[in-house]
Write a protein that binds this ligand. Sequence first.
Ligand SMILES: NC(=O)c1ccc[n+]([C@@H]2O[C@H](COP(=O)([O-])OP(=O)(O)OC[C@H]3O[C@@H](n4cnc5c(N)ncnc54)[C@H](OP(=O)(O)O)[C@@H]3O)[C@@H](O)[C@H]2O)c1
Length: 288
Amino acid sequence: MAEKSQVTVLGLGAMGTALAEALLAQNYPTTVWNRSPKSAPAGAVVAATAAEAVAASRLVIICLLDDKSVLEVLGSVDELAGRVLVNLTNGTPQQARDLAELLADRDADLLDGGIMAVPPMIGQPGAFLFYSGSRSAFDTYRPVLDTFGESHYVGTDPGLAALYDISLLSGMYGMFMGATHAFAMIGSAGVPAKALAPLLTQWVIAMTTGFIGATAEQIDQGDYTLNVVSNLAMQAAAYPNLIRAAEEQGVSAELLVPLQRLLDRRVADGHGHENLAGVVELLKKAGK
Ligand SMILES: NC(=O)c1ccc[n+]([C@@H]2O[C@H](COP(=O)([O-])OP(=O)(O)OC[C@H]3O[C@@H](n4cnc5c(N)ncnc54)[C@H](OP(=O)(O)O)[C@@H]3O)[C@@H](O)[C@H]2O)c1
């Protein structure tokens, strides 16, 4: 039987702990380090310093709060040469590219990653992760990475995994905040959130099934006139009712207001007969 790779995990927050536990469950010899003393998963070797933890394994998984903490921790480690760092800390594409350069200068390889799971999902079906950057690092350590969830290598540009991750999170936050607003609205009449929850779930599933794929097709073709069933002008005419109703019910409309501006601009530009998906053209032009 092939010997299992030594793995180091920097960061024992909720996610770092889940990653270390998944490795240990698959019998990977695992060294862990955390800034402040914390109980480590059973079977892990606890390093006293980040430098000691990095020295223990060629493969180092990093899962800290943010990019600043990653730079601080790596700055405290003198020797990184020959190491493969897999950074699963949430960050931006540019932060990943900058980190890849910094590590290349220190003769280390970066595989940057994005985790599409919450800690209890790690190692369970449904968890998936994006990776980008060093292809050879991905190929070499794929069996280890597959321990966490389904691995998707998305390209040699180190920023791509973060871009995929942030794209999905952006969609998620829009959806979560929309749901939160819906609960505030129904709550204004004293209806408990749990009464609305199954209906909201049913509605969101019905609206996203088909919609996401159809929107993607229109965007890729740049044609927002395909199969229009709910034209934008009609939607823009109804939308102010969402804001008015919130105000009438004493609920803040601050989540809704920016969307109306986009709908109105797109209609004013002459696209009222098209699909909602065309709003993407306004987003693509922002800042240009
Ligand atoms: N939890 C999730 O649902 C989830 C899902 C996907 C991705 N992520 C990402 O995974 C990463 C870790 O999340 P988490 O849930 O594990 O967060 P967490 O429970 O808040 O843990 C944060 C970790 O970062 C460490 N840290 C913070 N600042 C530091 C610094 N300046 N120097 C050294 N260590 C520092 C903390 O050490 P101390 O214990 O010493 O404070 C702790 O180990 C984040 O980037 C997060 O966005 C999380």
